[in-house]
Design a protein around this ligand. Sequence first.
Ligand code: DOR
Ligand code: ZN
Length: 352
Amino acid sequence: MSINDISIRRPDDWHLHLRDGDVLAAVTPHTSVDFARAIVMPNLVPPVVTTGDAAAYRERILAAVPDGHRFEPLMTLYLTETTDPNDVAAGASSGLITAVKLYPAGATTNSASGVRDIKKVYAVLARMEEIDLPLLVHGEVTDEEIDIFDREAVFIERVLDPLRRRFPGLRIVLEHVTTADGVDYVKSSSGGLAATITTHHLIINRNAILAGGIRPHYYCLPVAKRESHRAALCEAATSGDSRFFLGTDSAPHVDAAKETACGCAGIFSSPVTLGCVAQVFDNHGALDRLEAFTSLNGPAFYRLPANEERIRLIKHDAPIELPASITTADGGITVFDPPIDIHWQREQAAST
Ligand code: DOR
Ligand code: ZN
């Protein structure tokens, strides 16, 4: 018998870009309507580097949450070669800072202030290990000689594995894992390592970006890989393995910045994520494990309580018409358009 209606604990998004200013105001409600909490990425311009920056950004986020939505932003710091371990520790002990994000310099959007020489952040990492503050990594090397489709696997070998040996007690999240290599590496760990998986990497492979015309709205980093990797991500997400949880990496850019000769990386998926992820789990016959991926594994890793509130998801007979874009004062932002039919939707009245 097919399932047409499920109830799960309210989800969290363990990797999200909310931006700032007019875009922050426009995109935040699309997360806060569906998610109770989100790990908010710090790659603003300029980045969120100090606890003071994070406190101010948190206030700006809260001001963008509509009345009636319950939403808690979980703040992160952007790791630089001059990050002060004492500031990180103070932010963590005050409860403001949930994690620290490592961007290899130049790896992605607004990562110019990231880390060039990993040795320069050893003191911060040692302190994080001591106080048990998780490190979130953008797992791609930036070397010109490394093919863009290989950058995650090479990062694991050259950077992540040595880092884990040097700091065995440091808890790490391999953010937006995109390869079977990454999935296997996480599965081979005996603890302290987890991975987020995005909505779009569960649904598209690299053909979506490049076959039959170039589609900038499917371009993100790490770039989507071949189909066998997507299949590995779906297997990991739907397996119930507690080391894998949802981090949408919803990353809005106005259309003018995407539809250009050198477009930005990032896919804006917040408005459609829940339906998309439920559909993926349904297609894999794994709806009974959806809640683990969206609402249980993340809190367990971060040592936070799971949300008590529940939401209902309903399966409609006809495919849902999804929003194509949202408007902001800075311009339109295209919403992720999944190239599969989506029948699932959150029950409208139940969640806010
Ligand atoms: O596609 C991406 N967009 N990947 C990232 O790592 C950053 C993000 C952004 O900030 O736009
Ligand atoms: Zn991201």
